[in-house]
Design a protein around this ligand. Structure first.
Ligand code: ARG
Length: 580
């Protein structure tokens, strides 16, 4: 249930009844302090300004027409014309009772499910996955999980880079190694980074190698069987590397979600022909170019978008145009979400403008470039190894688990070695993911092991620990949480604060889905865990002397907290454990 949405509808109805136009913004928000109620309708001020009337009088007219008796115990006007809404404890209790019996915790499916294509992770297969791919992979995956939870139909598209000139050099090098009898799996491609570096060195230094590499690109693009076989070998190995990283990271991408750049090869010529026919692309120094006035610089010069090179070769851009056509016209997407580094923002603006003009993107499809900032080291520069090299993602994740292992070893535990290893894995990976997901998507952030692995503050370990604390209550009491079903009564202020937070889960998911921002869910879960801690301090559950009905009601709240934490973390791709 989305309380804000319900209040928006009720507020609009009241405003219309009070004589205001239907498009008046009711400006419904969550209250920041309990004395302002739980929600506020702030639209009276804006509307009064337009009508040049008294905002408090207008607010009173809105209240007179506001029908919230089913959900609110009290409404009042505050300050210049805020309308404060105090939710009814009985309403909160009823909502939570039904949430407890619903496997989706009361979160409704989207009324009109959408068809959403999500382009994420999308590494270049010429190299091994490095930290630069972390953000796209985990942010995209969290949004995908949330979309599916709300009932949208999602097509994951891992738009891997498997095409382009580097592959000529890579397969020429691969061929030589194979001719020398080098074992493919264990030697030649065991470390793609080294492999790439060696090939590049030969390309730069070795006589004749660059020519051979260029020749192989042409052959590959012309469909030469030998080159294609070498290329396929290389790609398969590289894909296997990324699958290992996905498994470690607990992301939902599968090999069948790969829709590689090469998959669009056959469509590229058609895209250029169409752009030429429509007069959108014109020849400029032998190349095909789209001039975009919409993106002109301050001197009024249009932005230059090259869609075909002068030799006839196609580009990254051409592929993205073909991808628009596929996603919008073939798959019929309502939304296309693309999770790529902010540095590519000009590229995606050019793609969208061009694709819309050419009809490669239907008007009904939104094209949502979802940029993210860079992960920085302590020195404020992009995160690197101590020696300044690229940090491989697989190695970063190993380090996370090993650091979590050390950290957990400081705590007393009667768990087995295997159990502790499993916990360390969940904590380490969870810590890296939460630290990243909890930052505003578009800002850069500083990567810090100590902060992310801390049991204090907004971190995965804190939330995972909070979950184990709630679960331990049920263990202690010998109660099966799954079959718990007792009446809830909301009496204490801490109970009310916790109850309201719990029913705001859907609201938060809606925001996360609309804006593609997992950090709102991260903050929500942290606030939920913190409110739980205050509740637990103030409202004893298992203590002697607590009325049985109160105890059961509080256990219901505990259980809902546990379930919401687990579900919320799951939507972020973070695992929980029963004990720690
Ligand atoms: N492979 C590209 C890179 O690593 C990202 C691709 C993103 N998706 C797209 N449709 N261009 O920079």
């Amino acid at each position: 249930m989305n309380i804000r949405q319900i209040l928006v509808e009720k507020a609009i109805a009241a405003m219309v009844a009070a004589g205001l136009p239907e498009d008046t913004n009711p400006a419904v928000t969550q209250s920041t302090r309990p004395q302002f109620g739980d929600y506020q309708i702030n639209g009276a001020m804006g509307a009064a300004k337009k009508l040049k009337t008294n905002p408090r009088e207008l607010a009173q007219k809105i209240i007179d027409n506001l029908d919230v008796s089913d959900i609110a115990s009290q409404t009042e006007i505050a300050g210049p014309g805020f309308i404060n809404i105090h939710l009814k404890p009985e309403f909160l209790a009823d909502t939570l009772s039904s949430a407890n019996q619903d496997e989706k915790l009361g979160v409704a499916e989207h009324a009109s499910a959408q068809n959403v294509v999500v382009d994420y992770s999308s590494p270049n297969l010429a190299k091994e996955m490095h930290v630069g791919h972390l953000r796209s992979t985990i942010i995209g995956d969290a949004v995908v999980r949330a979309l599916e939870f709300r009932g949208d139909s999602v097509t994951r598209q891992n738009h891997v880079g498997d095409w382009g000139t580097q592959f000529g050099m890579l397969i020429a090098h691969l061929e030589d190694l194979l001719n020398q009898g080098v074992d493919l799996e264990s030697v030649a491609l065991a470390d793609l980074e080294t492999f790439y570096r060696d090939a590049k060195k030969r390309f730069d230094d070795e006589d004749g190698f660059a020519d051979k590499a260029r020749d192989y690109v042409v052959k590959l693009q012309g469909g030469d069987a030998h080159c294609e076989k070498l290329w396929k070998l290389f790609i398969d190995t590289s894909v296997k590397h990324s699958e290992e990283v996905y498994a470690k990271l607990n992301v939902t991408l599968k090999p069948e979600d790969i829709k590689a750049e090469s998959a669009y090869n056959d469509a590229l010529q058609g895209v250029i022909t169409l752009l030429k026919e429509k007069g959108i692309a014109v020849e400029d120094q032998g190349a095909q170019v789209v001039f975009l006035d919409e993106l002109a610089n301050k001197d009024g010069e249009p932005s230059v978008f090259i869609v075909q090179k002068s030799g006839g070769g196609f580009l990254y851009a051409t592929t993205d145009l073909a991808a628009c056509d596929y996603r919008s016209n073939k798959l019929g997407a309502d939304r296309i979400l693309i999770f790529v580094d902010a540095r590519q923002s000009l590229h995606f603006s050019q793609v969208e403008l061009t694709a819309r003009k050419a009809g490669l993107l239907r008007d009904e499809t939104t094209y949502e470039f979802c940029p993210f900032g860079t992960m920085m080291g302590e020195d404020g520069k992009p995160f690197k190894t101590r020696t300044g090299g690229i940090v491989k993602l697989a190695e970063l994740l190993e380090e996370a688990v090993s650091r979590a292992t050390d950290k957990l070893a400081e705590r007393e535990s009667d768990l087995s070695v295997e159990e502790r290893a499993e916990i360390a894995r969940k904590v380490g990976i969870g810590a890296v993911k939460y630290a990243d997901l909890s930052k505003n998507r578009t800002s850069d952030y500083i990567f810090n092991w100590d902060t992310m692995l801390s049991f204090e503050g907004a971190t995965a370990p804190y939330l995972q620990y909070a979950y184990t604390r709630v679960r331990s209550i049920f263990r202690k009491a010998g109660i099966d949480a799954a079959s718990l079903n007792a009446p809830i009564s909301i009496v204490e202020a801490q109970e009310k604060a916790l109850a309201i937070k719990l029913i705001q889960f859907e609201e938060v998911l809606d925001q996360m889905i609309a804006e593609a921002t997992p950090h709102v869910l991260c903050s929500y879960l942290y606030e939920l865990a913190s409110l739980y801690m205050s509740f637990y301090e103030a409202c004893p559950v298992l203590k002697e002397g607590v009325e049985p009905a109160t105890k059961e009601s509080r256990l219901m709240l505990c259980n809902l907290v546990a379930k919401t934490l687990a579900k919320g973390l799951d939507l972020l791709g973070i695992e929980v454990m029963e004990q720690m």
